[in-house]
Design a protein around this ligand. Structure first.
Ligand code: FES
Length: 108
């Protein structure tokens, strides 16, 4: 069974914005790109730097530490499938935003 993390309305970023969501033992970075929400682990798959503070260009987030860039939609390193940051579906139900954590992602 998948888990849902409810994101408080005031935590949901406005278009162009981002928020760090720390809940249920996870640190997630939530981005709003032109009204579309994307949730990823706030941990770069390279060496674990925070991605929440990275440079956002369209739906591409660039890690501040060494400059690797990831597609927020797929989680993959740009133009590669060598490295992937965990990404999570975001659902909007009756105005409430949920980040959906699949079972395999919820293992410690
Ligand atoms: S830790 Fe993100 S690019 Fe190295």
């Amino acid at each position: 069974m998948s888990r849902r993390i409810a994101v408080a309305a005031e935590q949901v970023p406005a278009p162009g914005g981002r928020a760090l969501v720390e809940q249920a033992g996870k640190s997630l970075a939530l981005f709003n790109v032109a009204g579309q929400l994307y949730a990823i682990d706030d941990s770069c798959p390279h060496q674990g730097s925070s991605l929440c503070g990275g440079r956002l260009d369209g739906r591409v987030i660039q890690c501040c530490a060494h400059g690797l860039r990831f597609d927020l939609a797929s989680g993959y390193l740009l133009n590669s499938t060598a490295l992937k940051v965990a990404n999570y579906p975001v659902e909007l139900i009756d105005g409430q935003v949920f980040i959906v954590i699949a079972p395999e992602e919820s293992a410690p």
